[in-house]
Design a protein around this ligand. Sequence first.
Ligand code: NAP
Length: 264
Amino acid sequence: MNTQATLGTALVTGASTGIGATYADRLARRGYDLLLVARDAGRLEALAERLGAEHGIQVEVLPADLISKADVLKVEQRLRDDSTITLLVNNAGVAMNGPLVSADLDQAEAMIQLNVVTLTRLAAAAAANFSAAGRGSIINLGSVVALAPEMFNAVYSATKAYVLSLTQTLAGELRETGVQLQAVLPGVTRTEIWQRSGADASALPPSMIMEVGEMVDAALAGFDQKELVTIPSLPDAADWDAFVKARAALGPNLSRNQAAARYK
Ligand code: NAP
């Protein structure tokens, strides 16, 4: 049996550029076959041609606008029905800039649609397929702003907090099924997302900006270590463990039959 047959196919959303295109490259190197999804068919086809030739893998492009319900259903159906798919990289996402009071709410709604609604539908379809097969993995792209919402746009940060929450709960639901979950929480990563959202990454200190290859390699190292949550830039994993422990300590007191004494 060759490596490809063992690894199966990775479906990567937002694969035309940036983090998604880099996942496609790294997964191709590992021997995955690829199913690449984004709107820009030309870019997807160019990437597919290169990766197929360089790594001898099968690469299919599936152009889709993941804000359009009809297109989402097409990708969702493929995720439900295709038994060769073993990995979903739920990466397609957009950002926006500026305060909520002056925001373009149609733009905010489209962002919620892509970052939250589509990501949820695709994760659910993959979870159904993979859990029935007793194997498979789902990688959801969150962001560190899930933990530091004051750093950036309100709605974007909230969509990324959703991604973290969804991944944590889904991991519990799928615990006994053999399906692996990972939320990746990148900090600022050099991609087109900054220009696309109208934010100026060049105003940030260079020490805050990671190159996309380094980010994805670190995220995949966390995946190999079976981490549920990976923060590529966090130097000391004990800081995250302490955060998880502090949250767990709140647990027994978050729902009780009496209000706290300070509120009486
Ligand atoms: P990017 O360079 O702007 O790439 C975004 C990808 O999503 C592109 O392939 C784009 O392809 C696709 N996409 C956008 N709208 C789409 C739509 N309606 N339907 C289908 N595909 C769509 O962004 P990135 O930095 O790689 O971001 C990838 C993920 O990482 C996002 O979820 C983002 O929130 C997250 N993230 C990024 C950073 C960062 O600093 N870069 C930090 C934390 C988290 P088409 O335009 O061809 O459709």
